[in-house]
Design a protein around this ligand. Structure first.
Ligand code: ZN
Length: 176
């Protein structure tokens, strides 16, 4: 496995609409998933989309946190679980929206208060092309919406005017 370079907005790939994944069997695709997971964990991040590593394909990885006691209580045996989703699509979203703080690995040194659906149902394909669906609520729903936005070239700073540079003493926020 290898760590991948996370690109910044000066690279136009970050703003491109990514194309659907159609081939699941080749080694390159399987390695891309493994490398993205490794890169996300090392960053550290809670999610990563393929365009962030300069691959314009509809693929995201998301990880449920397990760093604190609270995380483990909230997510139980799902804490630390990694989802790799190809061709993710939001098929249902709650009317209710919630604001929350987001950071992005492609926009280091920036945080923003972003409004997201409280609940989303996401369909997609796993690393072998098998279709599945996930119902995500709260924090996990936010990460999925952030990562799926990346596949359409959308950054969190497009969705809010409330953006700031955190001070060194601030608690680090999850990045995706
Ligand atoms: Zn991001």
């Amino acid at each position: 496995m290898a760590l991948l370079n996370i690109i910044q907005p000066d690279n136009p790939i970050l703003r491109k609409k990514a194309v659907r994944v159609t081939t699941f069997t080749d080694k390159k695709f399987q390695k891309l998933i493994d490398d993205m997971v490794e890169t996300m964990i090392a960053a550290p991040g809670v999610g990563l989309a393929a365009p962030q590593v300069a691959v314009s394909q509809r693929l995201i990885v998301v990880r449920l946190p397990d760093a604190t006691e609270e995380d483990r209580e909230e997510y139980g045996d799902k804490a630390g679980v990694v989802y790799a989703v190809a061709n993710p699509k939001i098929i249902k979203a709650s009317k209710e929206k919630v604001k929350g703080v987001e950071g992005c690995l492609s926009l280091p040194g920036l945080l923003g208060d972003v409004e997201r659906h409280e609940m989303v149902v996401v369909t997609g394909q796993d690393r072998h092309g098998k279709e599945f669906r996930i119902k995500a609520e709260g924090w996990l729903a936010r990460v999925f919406q952030h990562e799926i936005d990346h596949l359409d070239g959308v950054l969190f700073t497009d969705r809010t005017d409330d953006v700031w540079e955190p001070k060194d003493e601030d608690e680090p926020e999850p990045q995706g």
